[in-house]
Design a protein around this ligand. Structure first.
Ligand code: GLU
Length: 431
């Protein structure tokens, strides 16, 4: 079996196999294999002790045939060019799967933001915009939150962009706070999109939600939200975790209570909550055991929802996964090798480019509201999100059925075809 060592190799393996399934010119394949632009900068900002800190910052613009580049910015020690290239490519696929008029891009800074004070975090966020302001813009490339980047950080970034360009630019960034051009419903959008798709799949498979045991890895924004949505809808949440570890209960956990506990007791350092869900002593719950993040993936459950990091399900542990359905809320949690093993076992995987596309879909609504000056209601956001994500799921399902493909293969087929259709009518890559 072929192995893929970097995030970019893993993302590209899904793209390359889809390029072989649909008919493309060699020049079109070449265009899709490489990002259109890579911007790499050294940014610098003042630490609280007066010293200067320098960091590597990136913005990768993969493809804009269908519209402006779109995608988050992550602050993470492992964020490097390879990872940002992979994520930018996945964004082109994601925006095309849901059919919103954007291309794909991604940004990153190689940093552990949890070690910064709030002031340092703000100065670093503004320094990112100072270095990259020419690459982005409301009609050009629209960043958003990703791992470790919050609504507050988006507000600093928009403010810096507006100051430096002398413009009013609500459309330059999405995932902003409600007080400064955000959209209602953006916070919970990733989880809600995944919830709509999972519910539709369960209806089709005639699997009642109430009979299902669910394990969620990651208790960040999207992980906590999907656990609460599924709990409220009657599913049994048997396992939850965060970066410090997890908890398991056959009888079921109450994610609402755990969220409240975490919000109350979790220390906030800078912009980040540092509380843990695995502190069962304080939660005083019976029949609850601790487990590691690795054990959580292999626990007895029907639905597994990796909502934290990439590459957590690999050739090493794929055979031990007991879930029948995997919903990828994280980007890239299942390696290509594991994808093959699980698909052969008959596990249904709702791939990241569909399962977590609710976030960028509501980012699109926020961008539309920013450009038009309109303000949507929560009902309109929910209604349009459900309509768009279920249409995407049905397009993917029909492609999968027609061609005997997995949902991931079908998603990449549908998306690449849409990107190439736009490239062709624009006269790109055909000479
Ligand atoms: N970072 C999120 C993602 O990976 C959201 C991107 C956006 O809203 O532009 O989909």
């Amino acid at each position: 079996m072929q192995t893929f060592n970097t995030p970019y190799e893993r993302a590209m393996s899904f793209v390359v196999s889809a390029m072989d399934r649909i008919t493309l010119l060699d020049s079109e394949k070449d265009m899709l294999r490489q990002p259109q632009n890579i911007v790499q900068k050294e940014i610098s900002f003042k630490k609280d002790d007066g010293s200067e800190q320098k960091l590597h910052a990136y913005r990768v613009q993969h493809n804009n045939a269908r519209g402006p580049y779109k995608g988050g910015i992550r602050f993470h020690p492992a964020a490097d060019l390879e990872e940002v290239k992979a994520l930018a490519t996945l964004m082109s696929i994601k925006t095309a799967v849901v059919g919103i008029p954007f291309g794909g891009g991604k940004g990153g800074v190689t940093v552990d933001p949890k070690k910064l004070s709030k002031g340092e975090l703000e100065r670093m966020s503004r320094a990112y915009i100072t270095a990259l302001k020419d690459a982005i813009g409301p009609q050009k490339d629209i960043p958003a939150p990703d791992v470790n980047t919050t609504a507050q950080i988006m507000a600093w970034m928009r403010d810096e962009y507006e100051k430096q360009t002398g413009t009013f630019a609500p459309g330059v960034i999405t995932g902003k706070p409600l007080a400064y051009g955000g959209s209602v419903g953006r916070d919970g959008a990733t989880a809600k999109g995944a919830f709509f798709v999972l519910k539709e799949l369960l209806d089709i498979e005639a699997l009642p939600l109430r009979d299902l045991k669910v394990a969620v890895q990651g208790f960040g924004n999207a992980g906590a939200e999907i656990a609460m949505l599924l709990h409220n809808a009657g599913a049994t949440i048997v396992a939850l975790s965060d970066s410090q570890g997890g908890i398991y209960s056959k009888e079921g956990l109450d994610p609402i209570r755990i969220k409240k506990y975490k919000d109350k007791t979790g220390a906030v350092h800078g912009e980040y909550c540092t509380g843990s869900v695995c502190d069962i002593e304080k939660l005083k719950m019976d029949q609850t055991e601790t487990l590691t993040n690795e054990q959580l993936l292999e626990c007895e459950c029907d639905v597994l929802i990796p909502s934290a990091l990439d590459n957590v399900i690999t050739a090493e542990n794929a055979k031990k996964i007991k879930a029948k359905i995997i919903v990828e809320i994280a980007n890239g949690p299942v390696s290509p090798e594991a994808d093959e093993i699980l698909s052969k076992k008959g596990v249904i995987i709702i791939p990241d480019v569909l399962a977590n596309a609710g976030g960028v879909t509501v980012s699109y609504f926020e961008w539309v509201q920013g450009l038009s000056g309109d303000q949507w209601t929560a009902e309109k956001v929910d209604h349009d999100l459900e309509r768009i994500i279920l249409k995407a799921f049905n397009d993917v399902r029909h492609e999968a059925k027609r061609k005997g493909l997995t949902l991931r293969e079908a998603s990449f087929n549908v998306a690449l075809q849409r990107i190439v259709d736009a490239m062709r009518v624009r006269g790109w890559g055909n000479h």
